[in-house]
Design a protein around this ligand. Structure first.
Ligand SMILES: NC(=O)c1ccc[n+]([C@@H]2O[C@H](COP(=O)([O-])OP(=O)(O)OC[C@H]3O[C@@H](n4cnc5c(N)ncnc54)[C@H](O)[C@@H]3O)[C@@H](O)[C@H]2O)c1
Length: 323
């Protein structure tokens, strides 16, 4: 009896990057992440603040826990910007899912794939909730790993065609070819109905003079302290929405306007409240709406839970590791 229970705890299934993408389609990711925002808004899914562990001068580690349904999850992920020079990814990590009733570990997943799916999904969810009903075209500024998945999820949600803008011409053209979109300049991307920014956040790509009436902006790149993709003037002129106020006001696109005293809590609406119908979305057709995504652990849990369900249903094979 004791041996059997020890055996159950000592084996854990592992989904690598390809297996995560095979388990959870962009459409499934959009549905799962939307449900997670609603469950968090109702107080059913819980999420303590993310913890940063600095590793100077190389980068930092982030611990992102969440609990919802019968599952608990931790994403343990790094941001080491200089890793590229030694041929390593700048973002590396794992997600661990446990049974929340027994604590038994159930699944480990590649965190990069989980992050890409949940980040892409929220771009589509925010566009559906906040863009004009007749919005179609997408301007993607920053076509790297997470920008590409935002574009794929927006395309899955029915948006496009789009303009792919990136100083790395090869990644922009590969993504444009994949989706049937086109490569274009920053100005051409900014002229689209939905503008999605997913750059490293080291330089301003949206200024106040760039804003056109009726645009919806998804700001995804500035997900930590010291990053910004829009100028303070641009952000202050928009109707503002965020994934979670606590994170967005301290380490997101909203941080600059909050620290300048231009915007307070009352001026920013959480996406979950809009999705639940408890708060108004777009004020009018001429408004410029801005959604600040900083990335939430509940989004990661949503993808991990969907992947676990796919694995349990036999739709994706996992490796097994004996601990
Ligand atoms: N909000 C979230 O939930 C979330 C999730 C994941 C990553 N991020 C953030 O998104 C950003 C991008 O992450 P990634 O993993 O896709 O990185 P990446 O390096 O794969 O891609 C970034 C891309 O931006 C391009 N770029 C740089 N400056 C640009 C400019 N001025 N105009 C247009 N393109 C430009 C780069 O050439 C690159 O292709 C990072 O800051 C990351 O921390 C946010």
């Amino acid at each position: 009896m004791r041996a059997a229970s020890c055996h159950a705890v000592s084996e854990i299934s592992v989904l690598d990057r390809n297996a995560v993408f095979a388990a959870v389609s962009p459409a499934a990711a959009i549905d799962a992440v939307r449900e997670a925002f609603l469950a968090h808004h109702r107080g059913e899914w819980v999420m303590p603040s993310k913890v940063y562990l600095q590793s100077p001068p190389h980068g930092d580690f982030r611990a992102m826990p969440a609990r919802g349904g019968d599952l608990a999850m931790l994403k343990w992920i790094s941001s080491f910007p200089g890793n590229g020079s030694s041929g390593l990814p700048s973002v590396i990590g794992v997600v661990i899912v446990n049974d929340a009733r027994t604590s038994v570990p159930l699944l480990m997943l590649d965190a990069g794939a989980v992050t890409a799916l949940r980040t892409g999904a929220v771009a589509a969810i925010a566009a559906r909730a906040l863009a004009r009903p007749d919005a179609r075209t997408v301007g993607l500024i920053g076509c790297g790993v997470n920008g590409a998945w935002a574009a794929r999820c927006l395309a899955t949600a029915g948006y496009g065609p789009g303009v792919c803008c990136d100083p790395r011409a090869d990644v922009a053209s590969a993504l444009a070819e994949e989706l049937g979109w086109r490569v274009g300049s920053r100005a051409q991307a900014l002229a689209c109905d939905i503008v999605c920014c997913v750059t490293p956040g080291h330089e301003i790509v949206v200024d106040a003079g760039d804003l056109r009436p009726g645009t919806h902006l998804n700001m995804l790149g500035a997900d930590g302290p010291g990053k910004a993709e829009a100028s303070i003037g641009a952000v202050a002129s928009c109707a503002l929405f965020c994934d979670e106020w606590a994170q967005a006001s301290h380490g997101g696109e909203l941080t600059g306007v909050v620290e300048a005293g231009l915007v307070g809590r009352d001026a920013v609406t959480d996406l979950g409240a809009v999705l639940a119908g408890d708060a108004a979305g777009r004020p009018g057709p001429e408004s410029v709406t801005l959604f600040d995504s900083t990335g939430l652990a509940i989004q990661d849990l949503a993808i991990a839970a969907a992947a676990l369900a796919a694995h349990r249903a036999g739709r994706v094979a996992a490796q097994t590791v004996r601990l």
